[in-house]
Design a protein around this ligand. Structure first.
Ligand code: M6R
Length: 605
């Protein structure tokens, strides 16, 4: 949902803000722009298209700047165009603003400004904010003008402002959209997320909600802080390599291949040498939980669905799962013996955070399962379990999903342990199976050629159906989501038992059906579904367990996973589906890491 970067200091402002912006392109990529100050001159270069187009446009200019801000856009108000691209000027041309988020009441504000005689060049809410700041700046200092404008607006924002009157300053402010400040020596940075500035500094300060920072090369001043807001720099412990492709063609492929390591790290972080599971969530009264409700969106919602099977199976606690955007407007029943869990890779998803705020009104505990340190979700929850998957850059989520479900397996086992449901022997035997998963995921990578060949064969099918049963039903949903979001092929996920209740009408020789048919207590039922599809000339791709010869009688398109207990199979079946979606998109020539219309973190409602 738009990426922002900023720099003030003695090095090349242009190189740094563009370099940082390139790491943020996953957040939006329909237009881009920069603004920079030199002496008392403020200049803007912007265009429709990607950062590469902006670089081409800027290449004819000699840019010697003191400070600069940059923006890559995911359009909300107004189509992608050069006029709607950020930065936007105020009416005097002395102030330039970049913005991530949505100003919900921008029409009212625009009307009032129009009445006062101001005019507008773009269709954006951001230009309205820039003009409003400029309006107040006529009468007060810029910091006060921004704070005053912030009082007038509703919605979410992370903004960066530069002005010709103070060419070394960048002013940053946020509310419900992320913004981080990077600390350098005689220089400072600003960005939508840490990975963008990691090349330059690993010392950061997370700007707090409604806080304003005045950033100069030698100092950072905070205004509008709350008494408990801390400004101690946090040291980021992941490396720049983790945020780079390191030889892989795409981030998505790299992130798929990182999954064995991610799973091993999470296991190592929560299992003691005597096979006890520990989580640092002492504030939550686990033994007395009667019910669990999980809220999340997209892929994270699918991990919530997998978690329902896990927790109900292991800990016998009933679990409800809801998408954030539905939960908040449903007048939900919130009971104080329910544990709420919010799952999010970014920790900035507006719908998930809105659900969390709804829950907080009832003063019940919320556990966040999140990948991003210091994100809004983690700050607003009672406790956090980090998924520690490292930065996930590709818009299509892969390793973050596996990390989320790995954490949910461990939480399920932990609840069973704490409630005394599992004996020591049972727990050890579960963990022995679990610990084999990373190597079993690596076995799937050995079949990459085969998966690629299947992708080639099915590339031009117009629609896909993904079927899974029991704990692999959410994996069918996730497989369909992966395929549609990066290859734009209509794909539906279904519980295989539901096929006869409707989707079977779709089956003919032009329909490809991906069936998750690993060895399990529901295998025979899934096999019957496969036969029903074949009887109607449907084409099938199957995921089966190694050694299952029966499957090869039905189709050559079988990808095998290692033997494991059905409950852990999603950690393997999901990898096959991620690879399948990846190869289809690559073969179709699509931009895998930056699929059309999407953005990595959806910070608007
Ligand atoms: O950052 P979050 O986990 O809260 O994001 C939720 C969804 O927006 C996200 O999972 C989305 O569905 C991905 N594009 C899936 O690949």
């Amino acid at each position: 949902m738009c990426g922002i970067s900023g720099y003030t200091g003695g090095r090349s402002v242009y190189n740094i803000i563009i370099n940082c912006l390139e790491s943020l392109e996953y957040r939006g990529y329909d237009s881009a722009g920069i603004a920079f100050t030199a002496g008392n001159r403020l200049s803007v270069i912007k265009c429709k298209g990607r950062i590469a187009d902006l670089k081409k446009k800027a290449s004819t200019r000699k840019i010697n700047a003191q400070a600069g801000i940059a923006h890559t856009r995911w359009a909300t108000h107004g189509k992608p165009s050069s006029l709607n691209a950020h930065p936007h000027f105020d009416s005097s041309g002395r102030i330039a603003v970049v913005h991530n988020g949505i100003i919900e009441n921008y029409i009212d504000i625009k009307d009032k400004l129009l009445e006062k005689g101001y005019t507008f060049k773009s269709d954006t809410d951001t230009e309205v904010l820039a003009v409003l700041i400029g309006h107040y700046y006529e009468k007060m200092a810029i910091e006060k003008a921004i704070l005053k404008a912030a009082e007038d607006i509703t919605g979410s924002y992370a903004i960066g402002v530069i002005l010709s009157d103070s060419p070394e300053k960048i002013i940053a402010m946020r509310h419900d959209s992320p913004l981080v400040i990077g600390i350098g020596v005689h220089e400072n940075f600003m960005a939508s997320d840490v990975s963008a500035i990691l090349k330059y500094t690993n010392k950061v300060i997370y700007l707090q909600d409604k806080e304003l920072a005045v950033i100069s090369p030698e100092r950072i001043e905070f205004l509008n802080s709350k008494p408990h807001d801390k400004h101690l720099p946090v040291k980021i412990n992941y490396t720049i390599e983790q945020a780079q492709k390191t030889g892989f063609k795409h981030f998505m492929l790299k992130e798929i291949y990182e999954q064995p390591k991610v799973v091993s790290n999470i296991l190592a972080g929560h299992i003691t040498s005597s096979d006890k599971i520990h989580f640092d969530i002492s504030g939550l009264d686990i033994k007395n939980i009667k019910e669990i409700t999980i809220v999340a969106c997209g892929t994270a919602y699918h991990s919530g669905l997998v978690a329902k099977y896990i927790i109900e199976e292991f800990a016998r606690i009933p679990v409800n799962v809801d998408v954030g955007s539905e939960f908040r407007y449903r007048n939900p029943i919130i009971k104080d013996d329910t544990l709420f869990i919010a799952i999010s890779q970014s920790g900035e998803t507006a719908d998930t955070i809105a659900a969390v705020r709804e829950i907080k009104k009832h003063k019940v505990p919320i556990l966040a399962v999140c990948n991003v340190l210091g994100s809004t979700l983690t700050r607003e929850s009672s406790a956090t379990v980090y998924t520690n998957a490292g930065p996930e850059i590709s818009v299509a989520s892969t390793k973050a999903f596996t990390a989320q479900i790995t954490v949910m397996y461990l939480l399920g086992l932990f609840f069973a342990q704490e409630k005394g449901i599992f004996s020591k022997t049972r727990l050890t035997s579960e963990l022995n199976i679990f610990k084999k998963i990373p190597n079993q995921q690596k076995e799937i990578f050995k079949q990459s050629r085969k998966i690629n060949a299947i992708a080639k064969k099915y590339l031009n099918f117009g629609a896909f159906l993904f079927l899974g049963r029991n704990i692999n039903y959410p994996i069918a949903l996730e497989g369909a989501l992966k395929l549609k979001e990066i290859s734009y092929i209509p794909a539906e996920g279904y519980a295989s038992g539901e096929m006869k209740h409707g989707p079977i009408a779709l089956i003919d020789e032009y329909r490809a059906v991906v069936c998750i048919a690993n060895d399990s207590f529901v295998f025979d039922k899934v096999l019957s579904n496969i036969q029903e599809i074949l009887a109607r000339k449907g084409k099938i791709i199957v995921i089966a367990t190694e050694g299952n010869r029966r499957m090869t009688e039905f189709t050559k398109e079988t990808v095998f996973i290692s033997k494991t207990n059905n409950v852990y199979a999603p950690l393997l079946t999901t990898v096959v589906l991620q690879m399948f979606a990846y190869y289809v998109a690559v073969l179709k020539g699509f931009d895998v890491d930056k699929p059309r219309n999407l953005a990595k973190s959806v910070t608007v409602e």
